[in-house]
Ligand binder design. Structure first.
Ligand SMILES: Cc1cc2nc3c(=O)[nH]c(=O)nc-3n(C[C@H](O)[C@H](O)[C@H](O)COP(=O)(O)OP(=O)(O)OC[C@H]3O[C@@H](n4cnc5c(N)ncnc54)[C@H](O)[C@@H]3O)c2cc1C
Length: 550
């Protein structure tokens, strides 16, 4: 650990030499002694120390300096190091200034020159100040530091990336932390881009990409081998399950994940309905356990690596990563999941997870028991959620953009909703704003025909406006629905005409033999953790069946 600094400033070379000598004699073992011959030079030194992520324990300044007095220096320096102890060196005639400084700069002590012998007149005062500093000061964090602002999306992304990959880091909000802002500005040479990331050895990254950062912090980002029996694309529950079963059943298995293991489930604060966890389990915990299990069983987990293309035309299947690395394999499981479509309404992003939920109806139902909820959307998923909430919540209000609920919803569901007393349906209506302090408190509704607006109290909005599968990199390779969900098993022959073998596609097999799909990316998937895990594991048994045929 680097030593804290004692920073001393005096414009008189003789006095400075004496201060330096006495400080070194007593404190050099535990503190770095830095000296300067003017206030400006000392402030530069303070900024430099901050930029290297180090801290100052004690500031010692002579009051009588021509360009900047000791008090003026301490005033400026305490902005950078507010916790540093402040001591003024004074001559007898400066006593009044020193007493004044006690109020002005929160001076801890003043010392009269000369201070000989230091054992009597200097060290007791400094010891006292340093003991106090040691007891109270926050020690510098030794690790990855992320400098940014709370509301900067790029900062949020990097923080989430590090957290989800289990890399401990310290976040410094540069809007609130002046020393932090100085450190970030010095390290990035004033770049306005965020975040600034400093590693333990003070390597600086300005707005780094995830893959650059991943490599720098030691996340496994590159494949160890050019060839595998099985490559799994995606590290959500389906991919992780595939990795556990593939590796444990003797297949040379690699799982490629572009973000962090866990997938959508990894972002869930509590999964209540996964078998074997009666108190529920957080998504990050489940991801951590599954990652450890897959690794222990011998799967290679390649993280922060994105699959850009898949080529299945040759005898081996080729997987090309975004950085143009190519890997070959005998079989593939696509477990790339999906993302709920996001809406850009003011407040939605801010309150996501704090009253705004995308599709997480079942998991949040208990939270909103006996309370009113809003369901946004007019298709079947929204209708099913409204029916489900009507059983537990006091009132359900459906907000539907279309003029008629029947436009996108099955007739049976429209009838069912019509027969439930505590469901209110507002058609031709949109939510145009959500407000609150730390959670949703009100929503503003707009009548799409008249433009009239109404503000209502609200605590929860469940949004069902569709999902986007992660299957762009497979377009033209495997058969998929118009929305991009991948056909498997009997759907392949029913909905595509590209299957060429005599045998039927195996369950979970796509229109390309030996390429399987599991989890949410699959057309018809149940979209639950348990079903993704189930599909990921059974896909491996069909991989064996396929490999036996080639
Ligand atoms: C907030 C939230 C809470 C939920 N809570 C519950 C719950 O309590 N109970 C429940 O049963 N279900 C819950 N679900 C649903 C559940 O999480 C999903 O059904 C499940 O995660 C699907 O798993 P998956 O492996 O198929 O896909 P995903 O979890 O979507 O994982 C797919 C992974 O593939 C990666 N990927 C995508 N494209 C590429 C590429 N080109 N290259 C490399 N990697 C790629 C993604 O980064 C992602 O990590 C919740 C979902 C959300 C969003």
């Amino acid at each position: 650990m680097s030593r804290p600094v004692i920073l001393a400033v005096d414009d008189d070379p003789q006095v400075l030499a004496a201060v330096t000598r006495d400080l070194r004699t007593k404190y050099a073992e535990h503190y770095q002694i830095v000296t300067a011959s003017s206030g400006a030079e000392a402030l530069d030194a303070a900024t430099e120390i901050a930029s290297r992520g180090r801290t100052v324990a004690l500031l010692l300044a002579d009051q009588r300096m021509p360009s900047m007095t000791g008090t003026e220096f301490l005033l400026e320096a305490q902005i950078v190091f507010p916790e540093a102890k402040r001591i003024l060196l004074t001559a007898y005639a400066d006593t009044d200034a020193a007493i004044q400084a006690i109020n002005d700069v929160g001076l801890d002590q003043y010392l009269m020159k000369p201070w000989t012998p230091p054992e009597d007149k200097l060290y007791p005062v400094l010891d006292d100040a340093l003991d106090d500093w040691e007891a109270n000061a926050e020690k510098p964090f030794e690790g990855v530091r992320v400098f940014g602002t709370t509301w900067s999306p790029t900062t949020f992304e990097i923080k989430a990336f590090l957290a989800r990959n289990e890399v401990p880091y310290l976040f410094i909000d540069i809007d609130r932390d002046v020393a932090g802002a100085a450190t970030a500005a010095a390290a990035s040479e004033g770049s306005p881009q965020l975040p600034i990331v400093l590693l333990e050895d003070n390597t600086v990254f300005v707005a780094p990409t995830k893959s650059t950062l991943a490599e720098a912090v030691g996340i496994h980002t590159a494949a160890e081998s050019p060839f595998y029996d099985l490559i799994i694309i995606g590290g959500g529950p389906a991919g992780l399950a595939g990795a556990v079963y593939g590796a444990s059943e003797g297949l040379a298995t690699a799982m490629i994940e572009r973000e962090a293991p866990g997938g959508q489930a990894g972002t869930s604060s509590r999964i209540e309905n996964y078998l074997g966890f009666p108190k529920g389990i957080s998504g990050s915990d489940l991801a951590r356990r599954a990652t450890a299990q897959a690794t222990r069983l011998g799967a290679e987990l390649i993280t922060a690596a994105e699959v850009a293309a898949v080529d299945t035309t040759g005898p081996l299947k080729k997987v090309t990563l975004k950085d143009e690395t190519t890997l070959n394999c005998r079989s593939l499981i696509i477990a790339s999941g999906m993302t709920a479509k996001r809406l850009s309404v003011p407040g939605y992003e801010q309150f996501e997870g704090a009253g705004v939920y995308y599709g997480a109806a079942a998991t949040e139902a208990a939270t909103y028991k006996d309370r009113p909820v809003y369901v946004i959307g007019g298709a079947n998923s929204a209708g099913q959620a409204a029916v489900m909430f009507s059983k537990t919540s006091s009132r359900v209000t459906m907000i539907v953009r279309a003029g008629d609920l029947g436009q996108k919803m099955s007739a049976y569901l429209v009838d069912q909703i019509g027969s439930i007393d505590n469901i209110e349906v507002l058609t031709s209506t949109s939510v145009v704003e959500v407000t609150g302090t730390d959670r949703v408190e009100t929503i503003v509704l707009e009548d799409r025909e008249s433009g009239e607006r109404e503000t209502r109290e609200a605590s929860a909005l469940f949004i069902f406006v569709g999902a986007e599968p992660h299957s762009d990199f497979l377009v033209g390779t495997v058969g998929m629905s118009a929305k991009g969900f991948i056909y498997t098993g009997s759907d392949v022959r029913a909905f595509t005409d590209t299957w060429t073998l005599d045998r039927d596609p195996l369950p979970l097999e796509t229109s390309v033999p030996g390429v399987f799909a599991a989890g949410d990316v699959r057309e018809g998937a149940v979209r639950r953790v348990a079903s993704a895990v189930g599909e990921g594991s059974i896909a491996v048994s069909f991989v064996h069946r396929y490999l036996d045929t080639v």
